[in-house]
Design a protein around this ligand. Structure first.
Ligand SMILES: [Zn+2]
Ligand SMILES: [Zn+2]
Length: 370
């Protein structure tokens, strides 16, 4: 079938065009997309800065309705509303069996290379160029063929646009607090970077009862979003020294510092500002090639923990439905996180707004239904 999609034919070349999508094979599902979150990873990918390289159809956050299923599909059926899970863990490899589904051994050879789980593709341009499926899902298209492990059913009262952001930004930010840091109530926390992931980490800190919750960013517009999401204090790191400010506001440093940026500067701010015995959690992936000097004094003499967190250390089929339920219970303010909606054709504008810091989370919407 012909579907409109956002794709990168080559590095740095973003186009919105009709492409050919083959029907689902065994274990696969055809989803009519209703919403797709706009994430920095999509931007970095079409620019060729991450592991999956063009030609591919972009998009990894999404939600929609199941239109058709291939042979052997048992978990969903046509008509189901689903959240797209771009981390389709096998749940049988030794790493999954150890509880680390986010590090599943089948993902590096398939999902992270933008292939479906059988190692192939169902997408091509009208002039015959085979297109990969970004993170096995390629949600920035009117329809997507995905493995059934990438389809998580959701209740009818969860808006598609909310479900779309739960699968990546929310899982990454809230998961870092709940799973990676296992943060405790009453302890001071800081979040560096107030984009979609940082705002989600702030909400995670609020969920577990950290206090105070301090947001750090370079842009005043993003700090305003952070206050709305539960930050009790904000620090503009373009005006003041973030480490000094965090120590002053907490009487010696936060117990937990979540770095949603992942640059050399922010990683050292996170480790440097955590109080003695505290924990710095690195969530963001600004660049994979940088080297960061780490002070053994901070780690040993001050007994700090430096932790990495990949997609919030989640087990997708356990944690994504849990996050959906926390939203339904009013414990996560996800409606407020979506500050702008765009048609698929306006993806370049959405990327522009994301980089300019004028939106909290932007979502592409397909059709009228939310
Ligand atoms: Zn994402
Ligand atoms: Zn696995």
């Amino acid at each position: 079938m012909r579907v409109k999609a956002a794709l990168a034919r080559e590095i740095g070349k973003l186009t919105i065009e009709e492409v050919e999508l083959d029907p689902p094979k065994a274990d696969e599902v055809l989803v009519r997309m209703r919403a797709a979150g706009v994430c920095h990873s999509d931007l970095h990918t079409y620019r060729g800065e991450l592991r999956a390289v063009p030609p591919l159809v972009l998009g990894h956050e999404g939600a929609g309705t199941v239109e058709a299923v291939g042979e052997n599909v048992t978990r969903v059926q046509p008509g189901d509303r689903v959240l797209i899970n771009w981390l389709p863990a096998c749940e049988t490899c030794p790493t999954c069996l150890s509880g680390r589904h986010n590090l599943c051994e089948r993902l590096p050879g398939t999902t992270f290379r933008a292939l479906l789980l059988d190692g192939t593709s169902r997408l091509r341009t009208l002039d015959g160029l085979t297109l990969k499926h970004y993170l096995s899902v390629a949600t920035m298209a009117e329809y997507a063929v995905i493995h059934e492990d990438s389809a998580i059913p959701i209740p009818g009262d969860v808006p598609f646009e909310v479900a779309a952001i739960i699968g990546c930004a929310v899982a990454t930010g809230v998961g870092a607090v709940l799973n990676t840091a296992q943060a405790r109530a009453g302890r001071p926390a800081a979040v560096i970077g107030a984009g979609g992931v940082g705002l989600s980490a702030i909400q995670g800190c609020q969920l577990v009862g950290c206090h105070p919750i301090i947001a750090v960013d370079l842009m005043e517009s993003k700090l305003a979003f952070a206050r709305r999401m539960g930050a009790t204090h904000t620090v503009n790191a373009s005006e003041t020294d973030a480490v000094d400010a965090l120590r002053d506001l907490t009487g010696g440093g936060p117990e937990y510092v979540f770095d949603s940026v992942g640059s050399a500067v922010t990683i050292s701010q996170a480790l440097g500002s955590a109080r003695p015995g505290g924990t710095a959690v690195i969530i963001g992936l600004h660049a994979t090639q940088i080297e960061v000097p780490i002070s053994p004094g901070e780690l040993v003499l001050r007994n700090k923990r430096l932790l990495g967190s990949f997609v919030g250390s989640i087990r997708p089929r356990v944690d994504l439905p849990m996050l959906v339920e926390l939203y339904r219970a009013g414990r996560l303010q996800l409606d407020d996180m979506i500050t702008k909606r765009y048609p698929l054709d306006d993806l370049p504008q959405a990327f522009h707004d994301m980089e300019a810091g004028t939106i909290a989370r932007g979502v592409l919407v397909f059709g009228d239904e939310r």
